[in-house]
Design a protein around this ligand. Sequence first.
Ligand code: HAM
Length: 419
Amino acid sequence: MKKVIQTVRGMHDILPEQIAAWEQLESTVASVMASYAYQQVRTPVLEREELILRPVGEHSDIVQKELYRYESSDGSVMVMRPEGTVPTVRALANANATNQPSRTWYLGPMFRHERPQKGRLRQFHQFGAELLGVDDPSADIEIILLCWRLWQQLGIADKVELQVNNLGRPAERTQYKEVLTDYLTKDLDKLGELDQTRVAQNPLRVLDSKDPALVPIIKEAPTLQEFLSAESQQHFAQVLTAIQAAQIPVTENPQLIRGLDYYNLTVFEWVEIGADRRQNAVAGGGRYDGLAAMIGGNDVPGTGMAAGMERLLQLGACHDAQALPPRAFLATSKDALELPQLLSLAEAVRNAGVSVQVHLRKDKIKNIFKHADSSGARYAVVIGPKEASSSQVTVKDLRGDAEQQTIEQTELANFLSNL
Ligand code: HAM
C-alpha cells in the first residue's frame, strides 16, 4: 500500500478545521497587545548560534540538547530560534531602538528538539511581550496584568494560576550558588548522574529536579531568599503586592528556576491548575536586566512573557471559534452557463464585497443544493437553462424562510450586498 510521507516528529500541521481557533487566538492576542500599546516585531527563524548560547545558558537543556543547528557554507553556525526574547532584544539593539523604553510583541514558531511527550512539541508557537528600558517593578507588574487580561479574554482565567519567585541579582545568586554547591556536594552520592553534573554547572537547576529521591534534600536546602539584598526583596515585594491587589491567584514557588539563564529578580509561570508545572506551563517570563548588554547592546533592563499557543488551545482557549462560511454559493446546471461565465459573475459579486464559493462543475439541481448546504453559505445562487436563456439567476435563502427570487444577472452583486 502507498504510504504518504509524514511530518517530522514533534512538528504538526495546523489543518483547515483548526484554523478558526488559531485565528481567534491570534486576533485576541493582537488586540490585547494593542490595548497595552505594544507594537509587533517579526524576527527571522534562523539566528547566529553565538546570539543564543550565552543568554539562554551554555548549560541549559535548551542549549545542551534542544537546539536545531545548521552549519552554513561559510562555516558559521545558525540555530533555529528556540524562543523569542533574545531575538527581539537583538532586533531592537540592531535598530538602535533601546535608548528609549519600548514595548514590543511577537508571535511565531519556535523550535526545540525536546524528547517528544505530551504537551512538548519540537515546533511550537509562542506569542510574547517584551518591555525594555524600565527597571521599576511596575514593568513586571504590567506584564503580569497583560497576561491576566489575556487569560480572561481567552476564557481560561479560571484554569490557570500564577507561580512566582525572586531570583535576585547575579551577585546574590553567585554567593548562594557557592553555599548550595557545598550543601549538595555532601549528598552527591544520592544524586543521579544528571543532577551531579548540574551541581557542577548550575546547582540552582537541582532545585527543579524531577528525581523524587531528592525531595527531602531540596526541602532542607538553604534558600536563595537568605542571600537577597533588601533592594531585591523590596522589588519582589512590590510585584507581589500588586498581583494580590489585582486579585490574581498566585503562589510563591522558591523552586521556580526557569529553563533559561538570562533571568534575575522576578520570574513567573502560569500553570494549569492541578497539573504538573513542567509539562503544563502555558506561559512563563520574568526580568532579564543583563541580557541586552550580554549580546553587545546597551545595558538596558528588560522584562517580558511568552505563552505556548498549542497549550492555550489545549486548555480550551477559543474552542468555540467558527470558520466564516462564504456568503453565497454560485452554481450552474447542465445546458446553462459555461463555467468561465460563472466565474466572471462571481467576480462581480466579490467586487461588491460579498464572498462567494463557485461550484466548478455543471451539476444536477439536486446535487447543487446538497453542495450549497454543506458549504455553509447563506444563499444559493443557481443558473439553470431557463435562467441562462433570460440572463437571470435564482437566489435561494438556505438558512431562512424568505421566498426564492429570480433576478437579472446584472443585479446579482447589488442584490446580495444589500441583503
Ligand atoms: P519558556 O517558559 O521557555 O519561556 O516558554 C514559554 C511557553 O512556551 C511555555 O510556558 C510553554 O507554554 C511554551 N513551550 C515551551 N516549550 C514548548 C514545547 N516544546 N512545546 C510546546 N510548548 C512549549 C520563554 O521562552 C521565554 N522567552 C519567555 C520570556 C519572555 N521571558 C521573558 N520574556
